[in-house]
Structure formats: structure tokens, C-alpha cells
Write a protein that binds this ligand. Structure first.
Ligand code: UN1
Length: 518
């Protein structure tokens, strides 16, 4: 096993990122609140070692962050949007500077491969670039009034505080999707990262603080709260947080949505997926192979876009099965910082146990394990978080197949006849995030993309389910929560819309022709 990042070397990475033990559980800008909260340890799933202890924030620090954010908002909303874009541009530059150490820390703290850690930081850079351009395009429409000498238009104003709850699997990119847009829109952000990956969050906060300090931006524009689910609950119930953007499980999302809806706030939810690739008879199998393997075992199956189901036409089923089972034998599992490995560990031992339990459930349901994964032991696997991937033949309607198992467990499902049968199978789950078809038949691909096709937020042709670009709106339907983040016009959720009607005549005509003499 490679010891690319261990002991002294991880200390170097932490030092480069300015992370020291005195880091506290809540911060606005570069100011860290004193905290009386408990300490949590951040343990690397790579080698099981304790990277650092971090203080958990309490409700007192939460309250202090809200007050600072409210104060900062009064100033930040008055900064012209392109000027706010300039700050985000500088953040993109800083992220370029820190890409390697931050990518390394993402890999070491979360367990994804170094390449994917770098890819995640690249997503942050990309969304910053996107947001810079967008800062000059927060456009509304000019509308025609029914009254003479009247003008009507709509415009967008910032909302205020955006609460961000992020998951462990994309510990930095999802925060950046939200903040880069929220900031150019004039909002201020309070971030509650997953307590499984607090150090990458502290690193982001420190990098941001450098840019903000150099530009005299009020500290409360960027706040970080390291805490448990209680902090998420405070945020969801807090009327002072008009928008809560939450990424994670459907169960968590439902609870956030309920609390936010009760106070008529807005929520942006990006929750679980149960993503399928349809393989039609004409599928180009040499493209299918890398797309499927990356989709199913990349990030050890811990992307919300990971490929969970392959829906394969019966005419190519046996062939695909053979190619895939052979390919799975070549997968190298180990330290994700060693570039020879394809797959790193799961996030923690609980995740490994959950994976084992899911395999047992598949077998108990009558599933046939073509490749049976297990928890790995022995040299290099001491953390207890490494598993080998699985392929199982199942039926789509089984209970276990309805659930998102956040691990490298791939289901093979056979279909016969027309592609519409495969589409029905793919849609017959509760989640609706990402979907794909491999076909060279335009009739099949167009049907898949039509209103009678995939019911997911993302539908791809001859591309896998994971690895979306930031330029498109990202998110999905049904139990995935309905939210859209990052590209396209996703910025609109971060703003409030206002319709303005201006009368430049000397009369006061009423709409709908109503006469009211006074
Ligand atoms: C997630 O897993 O929450 O499309 C986000 C992808 C990445 C983002 C995944 N760009 O796989």
C-alpha cells in the first residue's frame, strides 16, 4: 500500500491549507467564535488515523453567526452584482492555487481517489467562472402593460441568508455550487457541512477568508458551522434563513422540507438517486464498459449520481454480463491517493456494514451475486472501510432495489421487446435523479428524452449517469427532491422576484378596465 499521504505528509497538506488544532466549530470569515461544544475527531477512511479534532458548534455560536450574517447582508446586497462577481473570480483564482492540497485533503478525509478530489476542486473553479459571467446576467423581463404610458418589468433581488447543508460525498463542490451563485446574487451563506468531513470545510472557509479579507468584504458573508443534525434543525426552523439548500438522503431532505415549509420558507433539495443505464441492442459496448464501471465503482459508489441499475436488452444481456464480470476482476482497490487504484474506501465502517447488509438482503430476495463484494481485511485495509464491489442479478420491483445503497452495488436487470419497456422499468422507482441510455438508434434515444421517456432530472445519451458538468441545472424529481443547483437558470432560487409597474402618464387608469371615480 502506498503511504503517499500519511503522518508528516498530511500535516504538510494541513499546514498549506492553514488548518491548525485551534480551529473552532463556527466561523464567519476569518473570525472563529469561542465554542463550548464537544470535540469530534475527523478520521481518515484511508488509513483510519485521526487527522484532527474539531470543536462542534452549539446553538450559541449558531445564533452569533446568524446575527453576523444579517449584519453582513445589509452591506453585501448593496455591492453591484458584477463587483460581487469579481470577488467570486478571485475565489476561483485562489482555488486554482490550492487545487492540489485541497484535492489531496478531500481524498484523504473522504476517501475518493486523488483524481476525483482534484476533479471536485475543478468543479468549484468551474462554478466560480460560471458565476462571474452570470453576475452580469441576472436578468428579468420587460413586459407590456395593458395601460397606456405604463411600463412593467420584473427584477430579482437577493433573499438574505442561504443555509447550506452538505453531504460527506462531495464535501467541497456542492458548497461551491451554492455559494458561488448565492454570493453573486447578493446573498450571504451559512454552511453546515457533514460532520464526517469537517476539515475540508475549514479549508474552504480559510481560502474564502483570504479573498474576503483582501477585499474588505464583511465576514458574515461566509459562515461555517460545524455541528450535528441539531444545527440543521435550527436552520430549517429559522425564519431568518429564507432558503435552505440541502444535499443528502431522502429521509433528511423530507425532514428539512417539512420544517422549512411550515414557516413558508424555500428549500432546494438534492437527495438520493437510483440511477439506471439502459443498454439497447445497438449499444456500443466499448463505451458502455468505462461508463458503467466509473458510474458504479467511482467514488466507491458514493455519488448521488452513481450507477445503481443496468437495464439490459435480452439480446446482449449475456455478453454484457460476461464483459462486466471480467472487468470487475481487474478493479484495484486501495489507498485512493495511489493513482494505480480505481477504488478507495467507503466513508466509514458503518457504511461498510450497511453495504454488507444490502448484499445479504439481495441474496435473501433471491438475487444472484455475479460478483460478491465483501469488507476487505489485511495489509492496507486496516481502516475497515475498504470493500470490494458487487454485481447482482435482480428484479426491479424487489424492495432492496428500491433503496439507494450508497456503495458499489450494481444491479443487472433484463428487458425484452421495445425500449419503452426498459423506460418503464427505469422509471418504476421512487427516485428521479440521473438516467442514461446507450443506443445508436435515434428513435430509441429520442423516445428516452421525450415526455414519455425518462422521468429524471438528468437524462443522457451515450454517457453514463455520473459526472455531470456544472453548466447544466443539477438535480432530480420525485424522492430526489425537485431542486436544481449549479448551472442554467438555477440562480433564480437564490433570489426573490419583484414585478414593477411604473406609470409615466398623468392619468390613473386601473387594470382590467375598472372605473372608480373619486
Ligand atoms: C453528488 O453526488 O451529490 O454529477 C453530486 C456528478 C458530480 C456531482 C455529484 N458532478 O457526479
Amino acid at each position: 500500500m502506498s503511504t503517499a499521504v500519511a503522518g508528516t505528509e498530511i500535516n504538510e497538506v494541513l499546514e498549506q491549507l492553514g488548518i491548525k488544532e485551534e480551529n473552532q466549530g463556527a466561523s464567519t470569515g476569518s473570525h472563529w467564535f469561542n465554542t463550548r461544544g464537544e470535540k469530534i475527531g475527523s478520521y481518515s477512511p484511508v488509513d483510519g488515523s485521526l487527522i484532527a479534532n474539531v470543536n462542534m458548534a452549539t446553538s450559541t455560536e449558531y445564533e452569533a453567526s446568524i446575527l453576523k450574517a444579517q449584519e453582513a447582508f445589509k452591506e453585501w446586497r448593496l455591492v453591484p452584482a458584477p463587483k460581487r462577481g469579481e470577488i467570486v473570480r478571485q475565489l476561483g483564482e485562489k482555488l486554482r492555487e490550492y487545487k492540489e492540497p485541497l484535492g489531496k485533503l478531500v481524498s484523504y478525509e473522504m476517501g475518493k481517489s486523488y483524481q476525483e478530489g482534484l476533479g471536485e476542486v475543478q468543479e468549484m473553479i468551474d462554478i466560480c467562472d460560471f458565476a462571474v459571467g452570470l453576475s452580469r446576467q441576472l436578468n428579468g423581463s420587460t413586459l407590456h402593460s395593458e395601460r397606456p404610458a405604463h411600463r412593467m418589468y420584473d427584477q430579482y433581488h437577493p433573499l438574505g441568508i442561504v443555509g447550506i447543508i452538505s453531504a460527506f460525498n462531495f464535501p467541497v463542490a456542492v458548497w461551491a455550487w451554492n455559494t458561488a451563485l448565492a454570493w453573486i446574487c447578493g446573498d450571504v451563506c451559512i454552511w453546515k457541512p457533514s460532520e464526517k468531513v469537517p476539515l475540508t470545510a475549514i479549508a474552504c472557509q480559510k481560502i474564502t477568508a483570504q479573498v474576503f479579507k483582501a477585499n474588505n468584504i464583511p465576514e458574515g458573508v461566509s459562515s461555517l458551522i460545524i455541528g450535528d443534525a441539531e444545527i440543521g434543525k435550527l436552520m430549517s426552523n429559522d425564519k431568518r434563513v429564507p432558503l435552505v439548500s440541502a444535499t443528502g438522503s431522502t429521509r433528511m431532505g423530507k425532514s428539512v422540507a417539512e420544517s422549512v415549509a411550515k414557516r413558508l420558507g424555500k428549500s432546494l433539495l438534492e437527495l438520493g438517486g437510483n440511477n439506471a443505464i439502459i443498454l439497447a441492442p445497438s449499444a456500443d459496448l466499448k463505451m458502455v464498459l468505462p461508463a458503467t464501471v466509473f458510474g458504479a465503482v467511482g467514488t466507491a459508489g458514493q455519488r448521488c449520481t452513481s450507477t445503481r441499475r443496468l437495464i439490459i436488452h435480452e439480446s446482449i444481456y449475456d455478453n454484457v454480463k460476461e464483459i462486466l464480470t471480467n472487468a470487475y476482476k481487474q478493479i484495484k482497490i486501495g489507498n485512493p491517493l495511489d493513482e494505480n487504484n480505481h477504488m478507495g474506501p467507503l466513508i466509514d465502517k458503518d457504511a461498510a456494514e450497511m453495504y454488507k447488509a444490502a448484499i445479504e438482503k439481495v441474496k435473501a430476495s433471491g438475487g444472484k451475486m455475479l460478483v460478491e463484494g465483501d469488507i476487505l481485511t489485511g495489509e492496507g485495509y486496516e481502516s475497515g472501510c475498504y470493500v470490494s464491489p458487487s454485481i447482482a442479478e435482480v428484479e426491479n420491483h424487489w424492495e432492496i432495489v428500491q433503496h439507494e445503497t450508497f456503495a458499489p452495488l450494481l444491479y443487472l436487470i433484463k428487458y425484452s421487446g421495445e425500449v419503452s419497456n426498459a423506460i418503464d422499468i427505469q422509471n418504476a422507482v421512487d427516485q428521479g435523479l440521473s438516467s442514461a441510455i446507450f443506443t445508436n438508434n435515434i428513435r430509441e434515444s429520442e423516445l428516452f428524452l421525450s415526455q414519455a421517456g425518462s422521468d429524471c432530472g438528468i437524462a443522457n445519451v451515450n454517457i453514463g449517469t455520473s459526472g455531470a458538468e456544472i453548466g447544466g441545472a443539477f438535480g432530480g424529481e420525485k424522492d430526489t427532491g425537485g431542486g436544481r443547483e449549479s448551472g442554467s437558470d438555477a440562480w433564480k432560487i437564490y433570489m426573490r422576484r419583484q414585478t414593477n409597474t411604473i406609470n409615466y402618464s398623468t392619468e390613473l387608469p386601473l387594470a382590467q378596465g375598472i372605473k372608480f371615480d373619486f
